[in-house]
Design a protein around this ligand. Structure first.
Ligand SMILES: Nc1nc2c(ncn2[C@@H]2O[C@H](COP(=O)(O)OP(=O)(O)OP(=O)(O)O)[C@@H](O)[C@H]2O)c(=O)[nH]1
Ligand SMILES: [Mg+2]
Length: 303
C-alpha cells in the first residue's frame, strides 16, 4: 500500500445534465433523487468512495440556474459552497443538448476560478460516434479542461477511465472520512428525497417545482403507535407533501385519488428497498402557499 490520498470532487453543471445519476453510478448505490424535471436536486449530497489508497468525496449539487425564489437562492448557495470546498470539479453536460448561454456563463466563472476541471460529456448512449466527436470539439475550447471524458451515467458507460483519472489526481494527504462513511444522508433524508422523486416523475411543468416533502412520523417496532396489524420488523412512515397552490393539490390527488395512490405505491416500494424491511407509507397533500419564499419553511425542510 502507498500513502493514503484524497480529493473532494464537486459534480456541477446545468439542471438535468445527469449529475445525480452520475453520483449514484459512482457510488453503486442510490443516494440522490433523479428525474427528467430540471432542478431535481436542492441540496448538496455527499458520497464517499474508497479506491485502493485513494478516498474520493463526491459532492452532488443542484443544477445551476437563475434563482427566482428564496428556495433557488439557497440551492445556488449549496453550489457555491461545494465549489469552494472542491479540489477538483466534474462539469457534467448533456451531450445531446446544444451548448448555450448557461454553459458560456459557467465556463466564464470556471475560467476565473482556475480550479482543475474535467468536462464529462454525458448521455453518450443518445449520440452517434461522429456527433460525439463534434461535441468534444465544440465544448473543448470553453476552458482549458484538465480532462474530457465521454460517459453514460445512466448505464455506467466509460466510468473506468474516469475512476483512473480521479485516482491519479487525488493529491491531498490522508483520508478525511473513516472507512465506513459513504454519505451524509440519513435514512430520513433519503426517504424524503425518494418520495419527492416519485412526485417529480409523475407530474409536469410547474407542479414539481412547488413540491416539498416533510416526514411527519417515523415509527419503529416497539414504539408507541406502531400499527398492530403491521409486520413486526417493519417501519411506519407518514409524510406530508407540500404544494404551492390548491390547483397543484388537485393534480397530485388525481381523479378519484388515483395519482396519489400511484405515487404512494411506488414510493413505498422504493423505501422498502432503501430500508431493507417492510414499509407502510402514508401521504398527505397540504397546500402551503409561497413556501418557496419562506425562510422558516426552508429551514424546516433542511434546504
Ligand atoms: N439517456 C441517458 N439519460 C441519462 C443519462 N444520465 C442521466 N440521464 C437522465 O437525465 C435525467 C436527469 O438526470 P439527473 O441525474 O436527475 O440530472 P441532474 O443533473 O442531477 O439534474 P438536477 O438535479 O435537476 O440539476 C434523468 O431522466 C436521467 O435518467 C445517460 O447517461 N443517458
Ligand atoms: Mg440532481
Amino acid at each position: 500500500m502507498g500513502e493514503r490520498r484524497h480529493a473532494t470532487v464537486a459534480i456541477i453543471g446545468l439542471p438535468n445534465a445527469g449529475k445525480s445519476t452520475l453520483l449514484n453510478a459512482l457510488l453503486g448505490q442510490k443516494l440522490a433523487a433523479t428525474s427528467q424535471t430540471p432542478q431535481t436536486t436542492r441540496t448538496r449530497v455527499l458520497g464517499v468512495a474508497g479506491r485502493g489508497d485513494v478516498q474520493l468525496a463526491f459532492l452532488d449539487t443542484p443544477g445551476i440556474h437563475l434563482p427566482k425564489h428564496a428556495l433557488n437562492e439557497r440551492m445556488m448557495a449549496h453550489v457555491e459552497q461545494a465549489l469552494e470546498e472542491a479540489d477538483l470539479l466534474l462539469w457534467v453536460v448533456d451531450a445531446n443538448e446544444y451548448l448555450g448561454v448557461g454553459e458560456h456563463a459557467l465556463a466564464k466563472r470556471l475560467r476565473r476560478m482556475g480550479r482543475p476541471t474535467y468536462l464529462l460529456l454525458n448521455k453518450i448512449d443518445l449520440l452517434s460516434k461522429s456527433r460525439l466527436l463534434e461535441k468534444v470539439a465544440t465544448y473543448k475550447d470553453l476552458l482549458p479542461f484538465k480532462e474530457v471524458v465521454p460517459i453514460g451515467a445512466k448505464m455506467g458507460l466509460n466510468l473506468d477511465p474516469l475512476w483512473a483519472l480521479l485516482e491519479r489526481d487525488a493529491a491531498k494527504p490522508g483520508w478525511p472520512y473513516d472507512e465506513e462513511t459513504f454519505t451524509d444522508q440519513t435514512e430520513r433524508s433519503l426517504a424524503t428525497e425518494f418520495i419527492r422523486e416519485k412526485v417529480l416523475r409523475k407530474t409536469r411543468e410547474e407542479v414539481p417545482h412547488g413540491v416539498a416533502v416533510l416526514i411527519e412520523r417515523w415509527i419503529e417496532p416497539g414504539q408507541e403507535d406502531y400499527p398492530e396489524d403491521m409486520d413486526p420488523e417493519g417501519v411506519f412512515i407518514a409524510a406530508q407533501i407540500l404544494v404551492d397552490r390548491d390547483g397543484h393539490r388537485k393534480i397530485l390527488l388525481g381523479s378519484g385519488g388515483l395519482m396519489i395512490k400511484d405515487i404512494r405505491q411506488s414510493a413505498q416500494r422504493e423505501l422498502k428497498k432503501l430500508l431493507q424491511r417492510p414499509v407502510r407509507l402514508e401521504l398527505f397533500v397540504k397546500v402551503d402557499e409561497g413556501w418557496r419564499d419562506r425562510p422558516d419553511r426552508l429551514d424546516r425542510l433542511s434546504i
